[in-house]
Write a protein that binds this ligand. Sequence first.
Ligand code: FPP
Length: 247
Amino acid sequence: MSLKDQLIADRLPSHVAIIMDGNGRWAKKRGNSRVFGHKHGVTAVRDVTEASAELGIKYLTLYAFSTENWSRPKTEVDALMSLLVSTISSETKTLMKNNVRLNAIGCRENLPSGVQKRLEECILKTSGNDGLTLTLALSYSSRWEIIEAVKKVAVQVKDGELELGEINDELFSSLMATESMPDPELMIRTSGEHRISNFLLWQLAYSELYFSDVLWPDFRKEDYYEAILNYQGRERRFGKTGDQIKK
Ligand code: FPP
């Protein structure tokens, strides 16, 4: 039986988050520049997006560019930004065909105006789609997001619009960039690195973490199905005991 056929349809995660890592090493192994790796990473983005849409997963969040990535060499940053512009432009048609809604989280003002423009156009064009929501984390870091949420809470308290007692999990979640999305049940990181790297720290509190040795440009649907199958074999306890969960 194929990996896809082994998936249990009613136990699919509703939200998968992915740290796409290993583009640089993939390129280096082939004697090429890091940018070559990023370009090939787009194929993997296409594959997991298509697989998520086919499976009926509702949310896919991809860590495409972190706040910290701004300190990479300028040539790499510029190439990544151009790649984003060209990919968003060329993929809009496919997103429409697959009923995918594009979304972005992160400090958008820091992105070059060309990226902001293409992003906004694609977000608007796909806004009526109700299949998969594909969120790109761009110029994103979780600590930035948490600090932004804290500032919003502080202003509301200062203005007398919010009591201290009203600050809870639910309120804080609604102030995150992910707003009304459910927390990811599954977080995948490729390339054999075992870190969270400032990604969705609040939202990953109870997520199942899956680490794949595959470098991102080589990550294909089969690798994705393998990650989901592994997730489906886990017992999610949310702090309870195994016996309590089985009841
Ligand atoms: C991490 O690999 C990858 C990135 C920082 C960029 C990810 C971008 C893409 C996959 C291409 C464009 C994406 C979209 C959504 C169109 P790394 O460079 O840190 O690899 P290394 O750890 O091997 O050096």
